[in-house]
Design a protein around this ligand. Structure first.
Ligand code: BTN
Length: 314
């Protein structure tokens, strides 16, 4: 507990020194016990500077994922949210679904340092190495959402975009319906899943999975041309907390109200794109979040799924 308590203190006072004596007094332990905790945190990769006069300081750029770091950055704004951190998991969405299947009935945030089977839409995998990305799933109970669940991904995308644009100044856009783009390359995506009770047919909870490439990763060959990262030095704990806070403020009850923002941040609206093997115009996003495309012969079609690809030399 002492280690967690000290880490929480350091995380709430990033870049501000705290003296060993102050920490020792606060937690009723010896200065030597504080020193031992600092030594162990440094060994785990935390950038902690110790100076004789001022004490200990966690550098603003220190980027070790931790539950305490996320809670400190949430700053009490999201009461009742349970936070879980995994060093490695198959998929945070899978883990969230296992939690729900075993009776979990609250709201929770699951974060992983790495995923061995990160999943995207349409059965695709999501590359999830350690140290460079953000892989998180939010479990939300549906009675708190109230709005139509069909627009979950759109509302989520708006929240993620707002958090990254406002907190980190990142020029990030959305490629209908769930892909997050920086420039003309994919930096992340959203995978939202509904958990339905088979007997009542009622959706009891949703799992909102968000994956983002944050800092330079050694992408495998097939991703090198199409994937990118956020290029930010804001620690992942802080990015995660900003996204969660933004999602908690989101307009779930009236998702249509989010559409102007979603359209304004769309990468494809008004552009020629590939739909299956055909070049079409992405003409509009309708009031239910569907994409209206215009075929070469002038025929209009509203699509709800399927894959839109950028025409890269546009
Ligand atoms: C996509 O690219 O189609 C969506 C990618 C979503 C990836 C995130 S990472 C956290 C969560 N766990 C998963 O297995 N997938 C989502």
């Amino acid at each position: 507990m002492l280690k967690e308590d000290i880490l929480y203190e350091l995380e709430t006072h990033r870049d501000i020194p705290i003296s060993g004596q102050e920490l020792a007094d606060r937690f009723s332990v010896s200065r030597n016990a504080v020193w031992k905790v600092m030594k162990s945190l440094k060994e785990e990769g935390y950038s902690i500077i110790s100076t004789r006069n001022k004490g200990y300081v966690l550098e603003g750029s220190s980027d070790v994922l931790s539950k305490e770091g996320i809670l400190a950055a949430l700053d009490g704004e999201v009461p009742g949210l349970e936070v879980y951190l995994f060093q490695e998991v198959d998929s945070t969405n899978n883990e969230a679904k296992r939690m729900l299947a075993s009776g979990f009935a609250g709201n929770a945030l699951l974060v992983a340092e790495s995923q061995t089977m990160g999943r995207g839409r349409r059965g695709k995998s999501f590359y999830s190495p350690a140290g460079t990305g953000l892989y998180m799933s939010l479990i939300l109970q549906t009675e708190e959402l109230k709005g139509p669940l069909s627009m979950l991904t759109i509302v989520t995308a708006c929240g993620v975009l707002r958090a990254l644009q406002n907190e980190a100044g990142i020029d990030i856009k959305v490629k209908w319906v769930n892909d997050l783009f920086v420039g003309n390359k994919k930096a992340g995506g959203i995978l939202s899943e509904a958990i339905t009770d088979l007997e009542s047919g009622k959706t009891e909870a949703v799992v909102i999975g968000i994956g983002i490439n944050v800092t330079e990763a050694a992408f495998p060959e097939e991703l090198k041309e199409v994937a990118t990262v956020l290029h930010t030095d804001i620690p992942r704990n802080c990015l995660i907390a900003s996204i969660v806070k933004e999602l908690y403020k989101s307009n779930w009850t009236d998702p249509v109200a989010e559409l102007p923002f979603y359209r304004a941040n769309s990468l494809v609206l008004g552009q020629k794109v590939w739909y299956d093997e055909e070049e079409v115009l992405a003409e509009a996003i309708d009031e239910s979040g569907g994409l209206v495309i215009c075929h070469g012969d002038g025929r209009r079609e509203g699509i709800r799924g399927g894959n839109i690809r950028l025409i890269r030399n546009q």
